[in-house]
Design a binder for this molecule. Structure first.
Ligand code: ZN
Length: 344
């Protein structure tokens, strides 16, 4: 059918290898960061990769790149952060289709009772509940004051009406979305202690409705072991606390990078060879970071820059195509579009 003919067209020309980047496989009441791919769509994606491409382990793809012989149809699947749903929702689909994947885990979040900070911020602001009419947060020596206005009480109906909002939207439908956007940009740049202080002062301000559905959460150590069990899923490191590495000095970067490797190796009793930069954009890590990653003993590292791999790809800056929630047909089209600049 159309999917197959698309893939055939790509095959004829010899498609460049691609690394896909996922975060969660889940249905969510809201998803402002666009991190979720539904289980149904994820199954379609894996089928497209299994049937029309050459699924490959990330480590094997890097070895082939170094040898100058990258397989033309190669697609490697990766996940960032270490969400529990990677075990419950993603691994069975990968197993059913015999498709390998690498999961990058921010080791310090593992097994804790905290949500990742961006998820907690979403639950504090964008889920039903009540906040004070004027939100006051201590940020360093400053106080951030924001009027909640009519968003002080956020009913289930109001939250549901705006549940489709994401950070990619140009318009913020209310103060809660605006404050969420503002705080995301701020917390992303802070070290864990400063970030926690702000979240702590936030936690004590409001009253939130109970969340009946499962909250997104980092996996436990036991779940990590079950995820790594078998020969399809590799585990990679993603720092301890998920900082913006370029904002840290070399010593702190080293502690985050080498520390996450040690924690995961201790938990799994096996070497960890892959690393992914938190956030992964061009300004989220720098030359010092890539040197530290190499010195720490990693074989390769992934960024979050949406392009194909090519002959000059640096193994410590592997580009990845961020996958949003879409059907299999749309993913096939994305892969076909990338083919425009095939590996030669
Ligand atoms: Zn991440």
């Amino acid at each position: 059918m159309r999917l197959r003919s698309l893939a055939r067209r790509v095959r004829r020309r010899g498609a460049a290898p691609v690394v896909l980047l996922y975060h969660r496989v889940a249905e969510a009441a809201s998803d402002p960061q666009l991190l979720c791919v539904t289980p149904e769509h994820f199954a379609e994606h894996v089928e497209v990769v299994a049937e029309n491409y050459e699924p490959i382990r990330l480590g094997d793809l890097v070895a082939a790149l170094r040898a100058g012989e990258p397989p033309s149809q190669a697609v490697a699947i990766t996940f960032d952060d270490g969400y529990a749903d990677n075990l419950g929702a993603a691994k069975p689909v990968l197993e059913r289709n015999g498709v390998p994947a690498t999961v990058f885990v921010a080791s310090g979040w593992m097994g804790g009772d905290r949500m990742y900070w961006w998820d907690e911020l979403e639950f504090l602001l964008l889920r039903p509940g009540r906040l004070p009419p004027v939100l006051e947060l201590e940020i360093g020596s400053d106080i951030l004051r924001r009027q909640l206005g009519e968003d002080e009480v956020y009913t289930r109906e109001a939250a549901a009406a705006r549940s489709g909002w994401t950070v990619l939207d140009r318009h913020d439908p209310g103060p809660r979305q605006h404050i969420y956007r503002e705080l995301c940009a701020l917390l992303r740049t802070l070290e864990e202690r400063a970030r926690e202080r702000i979240l702590d002062s936030f936690r004590s301000t409001g009253v939130r409705d109970d969340v009946p559905d499962g909250k997104p959460r980092p996996m436990t150590v036991d779940e990590l072991r079950r995820l790594a069990d078998g020969d399809l899923v590799d585990i990679g490191a993603h720092t301890i606390t998920h900082p913006t590495l370029s904002k840290l000095g070399p010593d702190k970067q080293r502690a985050e990078i080498a520390g996450s490797k040690q924690q995961l190796e201790r938990a799994l009793d096996r070497p960890i060879a892959s690393f992914a930069y938190p956030y992964g954009g061009a300004t989220d890590f720098d030359k010092t970071t890539t040197l530290i990653v190499r010195d720490a003993g990693f074989d390769h590292a992934c960024a979050n820059v949406s392009t194909r791999l090519g002959p000059s790809t640096d193994a410590y800056r592997l580009p990845r195509v961020l996958v949003r929630d879409c059907g299999g047909r749309e993913l096939a089209q994305t892969l076909a579009d990338l083919e425009a600049s095939a590996f030669v």
